[in-house]
Write a protein that binds this ligand. Structure first.
Ligand SMILES: C[S@@+](CC[C@H](N)C(=O)[O-])C[C@H]1O[C@@H](n2cnc3c(N)ncnc32)[C@H](O)[C@@H]1O
Length: 269
């Protein structure tokens, strides 16, 4: 019988745990023996959950219950330390499936930002794929590195501090390009030169005007199957007195653009 830590589902030092007290009080923590987690529900010592299984129920010093849950990929994204806006899980899930990437793929990302998308891309291409991520702001890259390291995917990411509107990409023949910057159209001609033929370029933009310029640039740079979509997520409240959608929430994130490159003059990879 395999009695490894993962089969027993036990929490170890440095593991990520979602400490859940209630909907408003949930914390993504890396288990460190002597660190305390404090909230208005009381304190708990993280080291006390080492050796306990995920799903464990503990109590704070004020006697409030907390639950040790396995963080989802969406939790890893939503709980990065943010220095920029981030992409949302609903949009990321859709766009990942609109590309052909998987374990072993080589992917370029433009606009590292806080690294929320980077960590998902890295998880998707691991164990032997690579994400080449570009941002023009060194301080954003430094913060993103910490977020991705905490998520456990730093070995699948290479960081480049470049303004991609001004400088060329350093890779060639990548399997997909993900763009989340305010002006994707300034990058598309360069991206077209390094993306494999038939493969996917996708981008996020909050405004319709940005989408129009992006689509124009895609059409002028050898892309077809250009599609623009918006993913709407509506959470439902399920209660004794009635079931209905929640009144508040994130009502708009971004328009999503997907496209595929065809081979033509200047774009032969
Ligand atoms: C909205 S944030 C990206 C957020 C990221 N997708 C995430 O989920 O954390 C946009 C980022 O693009 C970077 N950026 C904007 N224009 C750029 C350019 N021309 N070259 C490189 N980075 C650029 C900004 O510095 C910023 O960090």
């Amino acid at each position: 019988m395999n009695d490894s830590k993962s089969v027993k589902n036990l929490i170890g030092e440095n593991d990520l745990v979602l400490v859940y007290l209630n909907e408003k009080r949930q914390f993504l923590v890396q288990i460190t023996p002597h660190l305390k987690l404090s909230s208005d529900f009381g304190e708990l010592i993280l080291g006390d959950v080492i050796g306990k299984p995920y799903g464990y129920i503990g109590k704070t010093h004020l006697g409030r219950e907390f639950y040790c849950l396995k963080p989802s990929t969406a939790d890893l994204m939503m709980k990065v330390k943010r220095t920029t806006t981030i992409v949302y899980p609903k949009d990321t899930g859709y766009l990942l499936l609109e590309t052909a990437i998987g374990p072993g793929s080589k992917v370029i990302e433009v606009g590292t930002g806080s690294g929320a998308l980077t960590l998902v891309l890295a998880k998707f291409v691991a164990p032997d794929g690579m994400v080449y991520t570009y941002d023009r702001r060194e301080e954003f890259i430094e913060n993103a590195k910490k977020n991705i390291e905490r998520a456990g995917y730093i070995n699948n990411v290479e960081f480049f501090c470049h303004d991609v509107a001004e400088q060329e990409f350093l890779q060639k023949g990548v399997d997909a390009i993900f763009i989340d910057v305010p002006e994707p159209w300034t990058i598309i001609p360069k991206a077209a030169k390094v993306l494999k033929g038939g493969h996917h370029m996708v981008s996020w933009s909050p405004n319709v005007e940005q989408v129009k310029s992006t689509v124009d640039a895609l059409q002028n740079n050898g892309f077809i199957r250009i599609k623009v979509s918006e993913i709407v997520e509506r959470e439902m409240l399920v209660r004794q007195q009635g079931v209905r959608p929640r009144e508040r929430g994130v009502t708009h994130t971004a328009y999503l653009v997907t496209s595929q490159k065809i081979l033509g003059s200047g774009f032969e990879i």
